[in-house]
Design a protein around this ligand. Structure first.
Ligand code: NDP
Ligand code: HEM
Length: 503
């Protein structure tokens, strides 16, 4: 702020005194006519908006995405149309379960949300730092999130709620194994990868489509905190990752990520060994080698946190021609949830907030009015379609290629090749080092020690099914009877749950 800027009311009239309330006499009551005081207090009373129901604590930065390989064979997205092409980006990283004031070093997945300001409108890639998720049906999301929040009676975080839910949800094993490895406590936001986790669709200008997954690999290298280091950091600097991102960018040490894509043609997808619409599974790299497509660089901090980061609104349904969704049920559920929550959190015209505005493709439609409609609201142009008065016209070429769909309308379970234990088993036994495995087991023991024994037994049976050594180490660490764990592991999930009632 320059020295000679004059203090004004919200409506521009000069304010003569901002230190002393207007009173009747030096020791008398305040006068109602101190309109400056009334305006200031009333605005203060409304400073808080609802925090995000998940991912409330986060940090954001601007930058750009640069294309480094020709992908026009796969997608007609304009921002991916040429090697060397750069597109402005806003990124927000976050933890998931904690409140807006919670510590950055908590064990949690990290959000990895990107907004590309393309010439065909905004494209949002709203991912996480993990390639999989705990559940694969959106009906379970509110329940799962409740287990990550506070106990309704004690208002405390509850490992019992979390492990009860996971032990009753075997498909969570892959993500639970990643979460309790040291990747569940990244050293900073700069030292983690970002994944779409879901399968999306890319389509080209010939109407051919491909199934794809995004992997933004950190150029800073993966770096994690151990469990004890993370616990210490929570107390020492609850904002350490926010601070790290801001300071690195201020110092000109711009973080970057290399975008690698896994791409499957519909023909390849037919015979693929894993359900590509099941977010609890990855596509093994050997079967679908990733190709390098571009680079993301973050090089500018926001000037105002509330305006730009708190009010940022990401949405998996913000798509551009050339990029579509897949039938992944979780993704389909997300297509509803984000716009809906933004309407609640920010209001019906949240797309007019500068950070959310499509900068290179101005909004042109027949939506009108609503709270905080602060642009010219379509001016005097027609507000209905079709019209004869030169209003905006649908272009027809933005339609996606047709894809064959069939099936019976029912509440289907996932049945396609779908072993929930093989991939986390490979992670445990092949990908992890001895030290990774030890840290994983210790992190789990720290979290599970206070959980009722029937839940411990049920969960250890799932660890055992993932890998015998994994289950044995956790069960022994908890002092459980191994015969009982093995007996439970031999049962179906239904039998296991019936055999482990909690009093
Ligand atoms: P690869 O050996 O080709 O890949 C292993 C992957 O595991 C690498 O991407 C590595 O990431 C990542 N990784 C290493 N340590 C951990 C950890 N503690 N938690 C999570 N990921 C880790 O094997 P496959 O592709 O055959 O996959 C084997 C297993 O690796 C999978 O079952 C899955 O659990 C895990 N994985 C696979 C990914 C995929 O897309 N295929 C992606 C991430 C994990 P980096 O290179 O960044 O260090
Ligand atoms: C944020 C819902 C699954 C990544 C949110 C928000 C909601 C939500 C309501 C708050 C948004 C806001 O207030 O701005 C859901 C539902 C899911 C789901 C219903 C499943 C059915 C996922 C998955 C991922 C993910 C699988 C990652 C692959 C994120 C990220 C944010 C977020 C990164 C924070 C965006 C930001 O930085 O503002 N989600 N989510 N979510 N979600 Fe999800």
């Amino acid at each position: 702020m320059t020295k000679d800027k004059k203090l004004t009311s919200a409506f521009g009239s000069p304010v003569g005194n901002d230190l002393n309330t207007l009173t009747a006499g030096g020791r008398g009551p305040t006068l109602m006519q101190d309109v400056h005081l009334l305006e200031k207090l009333a605005h203060f009373d409304r400073e808080r908006i609802p925090e995000r129901v998940v991912h409330a604590k986060g940090a954001g930065a601007y930058g750009y995405f640069e294309v480094t390989a020709d992908v026009t064979k796969y997608t007609k997205a304009a921002f991916l149309s040429k090697v060397g092409k750069k597109t402005d980006v806003f990124a927000r990283f976050s933890t998931v379960g904690g409140e807006k004031g919670s510590a950055d070093a908590e064990r949690d997945p990290r959000g990895f949300a990107l907004k590309f300001y393309t010439e065909e409108g905004n494209y949002d890639m709203t991912g996480n730092n993990t390639p999989v998720f705990f559940i694969r049906d959106p009906l379970k999301f509110p329940d799962f999130i409740h287990t990550q929040k506070r106990d309704p009676a004690t208002n405390l975080k509850s490992p019992t709620m979390a492990w009860d839910f996971w032990s009753l949800t075997p498909e969570s094993m892959h993500q639970v194994t990643i979460l309790f490895s040291d990747r569940g406590t990244p050293a900073t936001y700069r030292n983690m990868n970002g994944y779409s986790s879901h399968t999306y669709k890319w389509y080209n200008d010939k109407g051919e489509y491909y199934w794809v997954q995004y992997h933004f690999k950190t150029d800073q290298g993966i770096k994690n905190l151990t469990g004890p280091e993370a616990a210490e950091m929570c107390g020492k600097d609850p904002d350490h990752a926010t601070r790290d991102l801001y300071d690195a960018i201020e110092a000109g040490d711009y973080p970057s990520w290399t975008l690698e894509m896994q791409i499957l043609s519909p023909e390849q997808a037919k015979d693929f060994g894993w359900d590509i619409f099941d977010i609890t599974k990855v596509w093994p790299h050997k079967e679908v080698p990733p190709i390098t497509v571009g680079k993301l660089v973050l090089d500018r901090n926001p000037e105002n946190y509330f305006a730009e980061v708190e009010q940022a609104a990401f949405n998996p349904s913000n798509l551009v021609p050339g990029i579509g969704v897949s039938p992944d049920k979780m993704l389909q559920g997300r297509l509803f949830s984000y716009h809906d929550t933004h309407l609640h959190r920010l209001g019906p015209n949240y797309h007019l907030i500068p950070v959310n505005q499509p900068k290179l493709a101005p909004e042109n439609n027949y939506q009108r009015d609503g709270n905080m409609r602060v642009d010219n609201n379509g001016g005097g142009g027609p507000n209905y379609w079709p019209n004869s008065f030169h209003g905006p016209v649908p272009d027809g070429v933005s339609n996606e290629p047709e894809i064959p769909l069939d099936g019976v309308g029912a509440r289907h379970e996932y049945t396609h090749p779908n072993d929930d234990f093989v991939q986390p088993g490979t992670l445990y036994s092949v990908v992890m080092t001895d030290q990774d495995r030890t840290n994983l087991v210790n992190n789990i023991l720290g979290s599970m020690k206070s959980v009722p024994q029937p839940i411990q037994l049920r969960q250890c049976a799932l660890f055992y099914l993932t890998h015998k050594e994994y289950g044995t180490r956790v069960a022994e660490g908890l002092g459980l009877d191994m015969d009982e764990v093995e007996r439970l592991a031999a049962m179906t999930q239904e039998e296991r749950v019936a055999a482990t009632p909690v009093k």
